[in-house]
Ligand binder design. Sequence first.
Ligand code: PLP
Length: 392
Amino acid sequence: MFSTAKVITTLEEVLGSNHGFIALHEPTIAAREKERVNDCLDSGFVSSVGEYVEHFEQQLADYLGVKYVVAVVNGTSALHIALLLAGVEKDTEVIVPTLSFVATANAVTYCDAVAHFVDAEIGSLGMDAEKLENYLDDILIARGSQWFNRHTGRQIAAIVPMHTFGHPVDMNALNIVAEKYNIAVVEDAAESLGSRYHGEMTGSLSLLAAISFNGNKIITTGGGGAIATNNSALAKQAKHLTTTARIAHRWNVSHDSIGFNYRMPNLNAALGCAQLERMDGFLINKHRLAKTYAEVFSAVPGVQFFTQPDYAESNYWLNVLLLDKTVADQRDKCLAAINEAGMMARPAWTLLHTLPMYQDNPRMADLTVAEDIEKRLINIPSSPFLAAGAQS
Ligand SMILES: *Cc1c(COP(=O)(O)O)cnc(C)c1O
């Protein structure tokens, strides 16, 4: 039988019972980070000019296996620019999972476009491609080569799959649906740096991708983000738009469109270079921690440790417990007990279509899988250094 006490003793089997407050995900900062940041400070180039930005962009492009990376101030701004470059314009619609962080929908709204919410599937916690295809078959009508929502008259400009808590969504299936309807795909890979889909890095699987380096993500630049693409024209435009659309010149200060001040400062990029150098070690520790959780929770009734889909190698950014449907009503009690025991736990995000600013947006009528996941999901401590025998 399910018991909250058993969940806590099981967590403490992994995390130890004699601990201070354990956060959900903390950055790991070591000597290398201090070296790089100090070097940046000594150089005097701490802001919008300096070598670390280009170095970080190249290092990240190599890591992802993409041709171009443009570093920006955060993951939300990366998503904003990626959507603009994918052709998201005023009064178009963008397909977004309702089970996501609010930034996915906000970035759409920043383009004066409308987020259109769709359901998740239980295997990946991400967008359900089959359900999406059936839905689009039903609601879309063609005008020329473009497809429009016949209920609202608006064009569907993009689909934004998100790799939930680091677990890759079924991108091939989603790309096929997008191709059928000639819709651009922008990956929200904010949480999934280092996760692989059929061996390929998430963030390299669509026209444009957005990644986040916020303090709670798998690597951090303090705050930061990146746009990844294989398209050189889009990469150039991304760089231009994120640097106030300034026309390069030795002394003139002039601009050819309304740009954004979204460039990542050099100081943050220095931190990013050091963090990315340690990525393989972080992943080893993350996998070790997830494996231990999976083992110990296999013996706990009423709760399942969520593991990566068969086609994927996940970064296990935030580890997930799913309560059985029969004990879903114990979720809040369980959350309270884990937090009271000094370990941070939290539920999934409030589904986006229920937030006050998005409750009138277009949506699938049937969002039952996302609703079910939201009711039963608990995120548990996931920092890489929590793994037994973790090395830095
Ligand atoms: C973190 C996150 C973002 C935004 O990243 P920031 O760097 O915090 O702006 C976007 N989408 C998802 C799914 C995220 O988890």
